[in-house]
Design a protein around this ligand. Structure first.
Ligand SMILES: NC(=O)C1=CN([C@@H]2O[C@H](COP(=O)(O)OP(=O)(O)OC[C@H]3O[C@@H](n4cnc5c(N)ncnc54)[C@H](OP(=O)(O)O)[C@@H]3O)[C@@H](O)[C@H]2O)C=CC1
Ligand SMILES: O=CCCC(=O)O
Length: 293
C-alpha cells in the first residue's frame, strides 16, 4: 500500500517510520523539509508540497500541530485541495476541533475525494510501537480502506460515525487527561510542602484505585524535573482550549477543566510550551508556596 504522510513532528515521524517498517511505501512532506531526511534514510520518498504528495498517492495521512496548520495544508497554495479528487482519500490524524474537521471534509468532498478524521490517543512511545488508539469518523469506505494502515499504527481503532465525532471524542479524552495531570501536580506539591515524600505518594497512588499508566510514566520524571517532550504542553493547552469551547457550545459547565487550562496557560506564559505537558508541575509547585515557578 502506498501512502502519503504530511507532518513529521514527534508523532508524524514515529508513525511514518512505523509504516515504512511494515512494508508500506511512504512519500513524506514536512513544512521544514529538512526533517524529511530521517525518513528518507528509512526508505521514504519526498514530495515537495502537500499537493505533490496527494498527486502521487491514493491515500494521504496528515499529523499536524493544530487547526490552523491543518487548514493551511489543505487550503493554501500547493495544498491538498489542488490534487484531491475522485478515488483519492485524505486522513487527518491531528487533534483539531469538529468545526475544522467539517470544513476540511466539505472541501474535500466537493472535489470528489473522501475524508476521514482519525485523531489518536497515545503519545510518542505508543506511536513508535504501533500502540495508538485511533478515533476515526467520516467516510466509512475510506475508513475500511485504511484499516491495514490503522492496524500498523494502533492497537485499536474506533469508527465513531459522522465527521466531528472523532475530534470531539479526542478533545473529551484530552480534557480529562489535562485535568488529571493538574490533580497529580497539586498532589505532589501538597505532599512535598507538607513534609511528605512525593515518591512515597506515587507509590501509594500506584497501589490504589487511581493507579494509571500516566501517573506511573510521568510521576518519576516530574520529580526529577525531566520534561523532555513526548506531548508538548502547548498542544495540551490547545486541546483544553478546544474542549472548553466544545463545553461552551453545549452549555456544559467545566470548572475543573477551566482551572487546569489556566495552569497550562500560565506554563506557556513562562516559556514552558515546548516541554512535556507534565511541566505544568512547575507552575503548581510555585503556587504551592515553595516559590519555585
Ligand atoms: N505528541 C503527542 O503525544 C500527541 C500529539 N497529538 C496531536 O498530534 C498532532 C501533532 O503532534 P506532535 O507531533 O506532538 O507535534 P509537533 O509539534 O512535534 O509537530 C507538529 C507538526 O506540525 C507541523 N506544522 C506546524 N504548523 C504548521 C503549518 N502552519 N503548516 C504546516 N505544517 C505545520 C510541524 O512542521 P515543522 O516541523 O515545520 O514545524 C510538525 O510537522 C497535534 O495535533 C497534537 O495535539 C495527539 C496524540 C499524542
Ligand atoms: O494528545 C495527546 C495524548 C497523549 C496520550 O494519550 O498519552
Amino acid at each position: 500500500m502506498e501512502v502519503g504522510f504530511l507532518g513529521l513532528g514527534i508523532m508524524g515521524k514515529a508513525m511514518a517510520a512505523n509504516l515504512l517498517r511494515h512494508g508500506f511505501r511512504v512519500t513524506v512532506w514536512n513544512r521544514t523539509l529538512a526533517k524529511c531526511q530521517e525518513l528518507v534514510a528509512l526508505g521514504a520518498a519526498v514530495g515537495e508540497t502537500p499537493a505533490a504528495v496527494v498527486a502521487k498517492c491514493r491515500y494521504t495521512i496528515a499529523m499536524l500541530s493544530d487547526p490552523s496548520a491543518a487548514l493551511s495544508v489543505v487550503f493554501d497554495k500547493d495544498g491538498v485541495l489542488e490534487q484531491i479528487g475522485d478515488g483519492k482519500g485524505y486522513v487527518d490524524m491531528s487533534t483539531v476541533d469538529a468545526t475544522t474537521s467539517c470544513q476540511i471534509s466539505q472541501a474535500i468532498k466537493q472535489k470528489g475525494g473522501a475524508f476521514v478524521e482519525a485523531p489518536v490517543s497515545g503519545s510518542k512511545k505508543p506511536a513508535e510501537d504501533g500502540q495508538l488508539v485511533i478515533l476515526a469518523a467520516g467516510d466509512k469506505v475510506l475508513y475500511d480502506d485504511m484499516v491495514p494502515a490503522f492496524d500498523v499504527l494502533g492497537k485499536k481503532s474506533f469508527f465513531l460515525g459522522e465527521i466531528g465525532n472523532g475530534a470531539k471524542m479526542k478533545l473529551v479524552v484530552n480534557m480529562i487527561m489535562g485535568s488529571m495531570m493538574n490533580a497529580l501536580s497539586e498532589g505532589l506539591s501538597l505532599a512535598d510542602t507538607s513534609g511528605l515524600s512525593p515518591q512515597t505518594l506515587l507509590d501509594v497512588l500506584d497501589l490504589g484505585a487511581v493507579t494509571n499508566p500516566m501517573f506511573k510514566l510521568k510521576g518519576p520524571s516530574m520529580l526529577q524535573g525531566n520534561y523532555s517532550p513526548a506531548f508538548p504542553l502547548k498542544h495540551q493547552q490547545k486541546d483544553m482550549r478546544l474542549a472548553l469551547s466544545l463545553g461552551d457550545e453545549n452549555a456544559i459547565s467545566m470548572p475543573v477543566a477551566a482551572a487546569s487550562n489556566e495552569a497550562f496557560k500560565k506554563a506557556r506564559s513562562l516559556g514552558l510550551g515546548d516541554l512535556d505537558f507534565s511541566a505544568v508541575y512547575e507552575v503548581l509547585k510555585g503556587a504551592g508556596g515553595s516559590g519555585q515557578a
